[in-house]
Design a protein around this ligand. Structure first.
Ligand code: ATP
Ligand code: MG
Length: 284
């Protein structure tokens, strides 16, 4: 018994034994071994998750430092050399302060949204949405906020009508994809949103003629703070696509990327829709 104990056995059997005892002992030992493996895997996952969370917050905190440093140095410059600074330099400083505060605000919004998605408090609240009108409106809003160098076009195919989707999640998805398409086409040009309505699903495609994404980096970009190596000076934090993926998961949707370096990128999303709900909303 003493020698058996130190080997931490899953069970033991004392001689002489009959076949039934042997079977029972083996059965019990196998079950205990399976249970122990499951606990070990769960603990390992928990550890990984908490490491991921602390990494997320430390990168987020780091991202806040850049705009805060700009604000601090501009404020110090204005305080020390207020009268000696040429008017143009003063304006530049004030502009940089405003730009940094806006960037911090945006970052805070993004970090909070991803945080909500991570902690499962981002909720799926579907409603009947006129999808064609919804897309039209978001395209107009994006065109209004972008420079004249970009033309945002919208095409619709199929009989769309009203579909059962979460408009706020869909807004996150499309605004992130469209703003990426604009931002990563620094030369300007056309950005197209294609909507295709089928019986069981709707397909949304955001197409640009921008810088493209290197093939080996495509799948990583859905993880927080990951950016491709060809972004150069184009600003960003790497949270947009994380949010897109979280919102799509809540819709049980899929996303595909096709891209060619220097030629452009197409993101395709497929969202399953329940036509039965749309035709009989009183059943909700
Ligand atoms: P932000 O958090 O402000 O959205 P971001 O745009 O860098 O910052 P994501 O939207 O998550 O972050 O995109 C991740 C990366 O994917 C980008 O940094 C860029 O490298 C690449 N990417 C995304 N969309 C495109 C696109 N249309 N064309 C080229 N690269 C893209
Ligand atoms: Mg983005």
């Amino acid at each position: 018994m003493q020698r058996a104990k130190v080997t931490e056995p899953f069970g033991y059997i004392i001689k002489p034994f009959d076949e039934r005892d042997l079977h029972t002992s083996i059965e019990v030992a196998l079950r205990r071994s399976l249970a122990e493996t499951a606990i070990r895997v769960a603990l390992e996952k928990e550890k990984e998750l908490s490491e991921l969370k602390s990494r997320f917050w430390s990168i987020a905190a780091h991202e806040f430092r850049t705009p805060m440093t700009s604000i601090l140095s501009c404020a110090q410059l204005l305080e020390r050399y207020d009268r000696e600074l040429p008017e143009e330099r003063r304006r530049e400083c004030l502009y940089l302060i405003q730009k940094s505060v806006k960037a911090m605000n945006q970052l805070l919004d993004d970090v909070l949204s991803v945080g909500r998605a991570e902690s499962n408090t981002l909720k799926f609240t579907p409603n009947l949405v006129d999808i064609e009108q919804f897309c039209q409106e978001i395209v107009e809003e994006m065109q209004f906020n972008s420079s004249h160098r970009h033309q945002i076009l919208f095409n619709c195919q199929g009989d769309c009508g009203r579909v059962y989707l979460d408009p706020s999640l869909l807004w996150h998805i499309l605004s992130n994809l469209l703003s990426n398409a604009i931002k990563y086409s620094p030369q300007g040009g056309e950005v197209t949103l294609n909507l295709t309505c089928l019986e069981q699903e709707i397909i949304l495609q955001v197409k640009d003629c921008g810088i493209g994404i290197p093939v080996e980096e495509r799948q990583l970009l859905f993880e927080p703070f990951q950016r491709a190596s060809n972004v150069g000076q184009i600003p960003g934090t790497g949270l947009g696509l994380t949010m897109v993926k979280k919102c799509l998961d809540l819709h049980r949707g899929k996303i595909l990327v096709e891209s060619s370096l220097g030629q452009g990128t197409t993101f395709t999303i497929e969202l399953p829709v329940d036509r039965a709900v749309a035709s009989a909303p009183h059943l909700l």
